[in-house]
Ligand binder design. Structure first.
Ligand code: AOS
Ligand code: ZN
Ligand code: ZN
Length: 426
């Protein structure tokens, strides 16, 4: 299935007049406050977030998995699904592949397909947290940190293979997330595990093309429940520094202990030029991978406020690889992704509304109340007409969810692919 431009325009028709009124009203008010509305809308239009190939099927837990029907069963179908949400939102112009779940059979065909849908290949993800079919060594007791040299070599080689695959598709970064750690005190030697990990990462780094970056993800626990080798941003930052200038930390919103000040982590990493990638999701308890903005939208806004500040003030930090890293048990995965994209754009738009000069002046005066007023005034603004306008200008839907339903996308996918489908991957 492909969504044609004229179908999107048809679904937009009935809402166009009221959108125009809402947008003009908001734009007027914001302009009076000194905001450059045109610049904000154009920034929203340019902001693209990668969709990971594992987010397109219904998720699940060890307690069960319920199909949503019509799920993609090949890499081509996954890219087609991203094409569908991209045509409606104009925000999902990239895919992040997971190897070995998504090894292309025919590279030229996969590239052509993505090209035709305006989808780029973002970071490629390696997988050393599962044993692969016919693999000689097992990752049961770790991969890059394993006490066995043969296991470490196999995991290093896998990462080099992933770089090679990504290179053929035009990717420019490798994301390394390790499940390595221990479940019980005494099970591993912390120092040895970290040292092995550092050396292994350095070996992978040696195989990184010049124009590539390596993104090192951290996570405090799960699947290991006592210790994780790369447990926090400090460890990831240290490893990135040890590897070299093309290595960066990657922040996943779900990978922090409760109440961590993620916006401060983002800010420090950007100051040091070491924030390379970002995984969006939301959570109540741990790495819940819920829809972005569904639980803590204010925290998301505060994080975006630091991201925007960093993008404007930290030329030492590279452009970030943005990705949604979510999974869901009870929603249509495509609707879930549309909601996540909307929440990301909303937080970004609100952060763009913060008057940085005014905030700085209030900070210099130690006017604590004023500082809070400035942030909350931006946060409380209903920016949805700005998002809709950015989408409209780019040829997308005024309301992607409504259009998705009106166009009967899921029903068509079920017709095409059948009811009893199982997506590959997680
Ligand atoms: C795992 O918790 C991490 O968030 C990874 O980024 C990602 O979810 C994993 O690589 C998926 O396979
Ligand atoms: Zn992640
Ligand atoms: Zn995660």
């Amino acid at each position: 299935m492909k969504i044609e431009q004229n179908h999107i325009q048809d679904t937009n028709k009935s809402g166009l007049q009221s959108h125009k009124e809402n947008f003009d009203f908001l734009a007027n008010n914001l302009s009076k406050k000194g905001a450059n509305v045109e610049a904000i809308v154009s920034k929203l239009k340019d902001f693209q977030v990668a969709i990971p190939s594992w987010a397109l099927g219904a998720g699940g837990t060890r307690f069960g998995r319920f199909s949503f029907y019509g799920e993609p069963s090949s890499l081509e179908q996954k890219i087609q699904d991203i094409g569908l949400i991209h045509s409606l939102t104009q925000t999902a112009g990239a895919v992040s592949l997971h190897i070995p779940w998504d090894i292309p059979q025919d590279y030229a065909a996969v590239k052509d397909l993505a090209n035709g849908l305006n989808i780029k290949f973002d970071a490629v993800n390696s997988n050393t947290f599962q044993d692969q079919k016919d693999a000689k060594e097992t990752y049961k007791y770790g991969s890059l940190s394993n006490t066995s040299e043969a296991v470490r070599q196999q995991a290093i080689q896998h990462n080099l293979d992933v770089i090679n695959i990504g290179n053929k598709l035009g990717s420019k970064s490798l994301t390394v997330w390790l499940a390595d750690g221990s479940c019980f005190p005494g099970q591993t030697n912390f120092q040895t595990a970290l040292q092995h990990t550092e050396n292994s990462l350095k070996d992978i780094y040696k195989g990184l093309p010049d124009d590539w970056s390596m993104l090192i993800e951290y996570k405090p626990y799960e699947p290991n429940f006592y210790s994780t080798v790369i447990q926090d941003w400090g460890t990831s930052f240290m490893l990135a520094n040890a590897c070299g200038e093309k290595a960066y930390s990657l922040v996943d919103l779900g990978h922090h202990l409760p109440n961590s000040n993620i916006e401060q982590i983002v800010s420090v990493l950007m100051l040091k030029g070491k924030l390379g990638g970002f995984h969006f999701n939301d959570s109540k308890y741990g790495d819940d991978d819920l829809t972005v903005g569904s639980i803590k939208p204010y925290a998301l806004f505060l994080i975006f406020n630091e991201l925007v500040y960093g993008m404007q003030n930290n030329p030492q930090n590279p452009d970030l690889a943005w990705m949604i890293d979510a999974s869901h048990n009870v929603k249509d995965p495509l609707e879930d992704l549309i909601q996540s994209l909307e929440a990301i754009q909303e937080a970004y738009a609100k952060a763009l509304l913060v008057d940085q000069a005014e905030l700085k002046a209030a900070q210099l005066n130690n006017d604590v109340v004023k500082c809070q007023e400035i942030l909350q005034d931006a946060y409380r603004t209903d920016v949805r007409p700005l998002l809709a306008e950015a989408r409209r200008l780019a040829g997308g839907a005024l309301s992607p969810i409504n259009a998705y339903r009106a166009l009967g996308v899921r029903d068509t996918l079920i017709e095409e692919r059948g009811k009893h489908t199982v997506a590959t991957g997680l």
